[in-house]
Design a protein around this ligand. Sequence first.
Ligand code: NIG
Ligand code: FE
Length: 416
Amino acid sequence: MKQVIHRIGLLWTMDDETHSDGPRCGAEAMRMVGAMQDAAIAIDEAGAIVEVGPQKVICDMADAQTEFIDAEGGFVAPGLVDPHTHLVHGGSREKELPLRMAGASYLDILRQGGGILSTVRETTAYSEEALLAQAKTSLDRMQRFGVTTLEAKTGYSSCLAVELKQLHVAERLAELSGVNMVHTAMPAHAVPKELPAGREAYIDELVAMLPHLHAAGAEFADVFVEEGVFSVEEGRHILGAAKALGMKTKIHADEMVPIGGAQLAAELGATSADHLLASTDEGLVSMAEAGVMAVCLPGTSFYLQKPAARARFMMDEAQLGVAIASDYNPGSCPSENFGLTMSLALLTLKMTPEEVFMAATRNAACALARERVAGVIRPGRSADIVIYAALNPEYVLTHFGISHVRQVLVKGRRIL
Ligand code: NIG
Ligand code: FE
């Protein structure tokens, strides 16, 4: 036995005795956190969990070489999974806030060539090393909040070379940091103001990038399906092409206007649909029927000063599986604080603490098709674990805006 985490006051494994994989859908299932008191976790040389159980039983398994990690009677839960970030980008966009305060909307700013398009210009101008340095600072911050798996999208680019530059930076960061990184290709993020060859040719260009991005490591494809950005038909075309390549799909759906993004996610069998601020009942129900994970982004609705997604309807009525994500990006959610995301889920999505942790661990892993890898503490799984300097999850969530994380393990290796 290489390591034992002992003196755990309260453990939420997010598992149960059936050891089933897959999402917890609906409120009742999302509250099944697999609570254990006075527990310990044994970890082997390979960084895998060997046994989870009562303190006394696990400690008896230790030998002379075992390293003991003391949880000091605190709360322990799976490493957090952030299934939606725009980690790699150049520059920042604080100058947009006064425009928004003066009445311009997020989409107005984009239409005028600002917003995402201004980050496209900066990201294009940044060298790979400069992008890496900025994203490394962000990733360090994320890790301090207990994130052990995260998704990183491309999408601040005008051509394939810049898409590949972002993807490459995310890959290098995964290696540098030791976190588990999932790559998403999102060339269809914004439409340039001028399209010399026309819109159809532009969409063809985006589709033509996908095989290269897939070959370079992008597992998912994502499209910003929104009024004035990409239509449902364009989303269907681009994501259909991605599926034909064997890529999994995600959609930025119904963030501002419900043009049918949720329904498209259901039709395509997307792994997740994200944002969903304006989704209709029908859209959400169709997602549940198709097994699409709903990813709510409470930091984004907070920063854009919009009503939060209807997470209670999703869980109570539609019986959806709900995950949460930071959506870290320079325009609509410039914060790497996943702890704050979780507190905002409690306060603005009106989720219970159990639902919040489920949404940030097991269900978030499902939103990245990592249900067999991350999100639960179970024998055989990689030891991605957070030890909190707090006695209970309610304290972690209500004492908001700061990190309560004491230690973070990824594959049994301390990264914090
Ligand atoms: O998820 N809505 C589209 N994309 C991002 C924002 C990107 C940006 O503003 O730079 C989002 O909110
Ligand atoms: Fe996003």
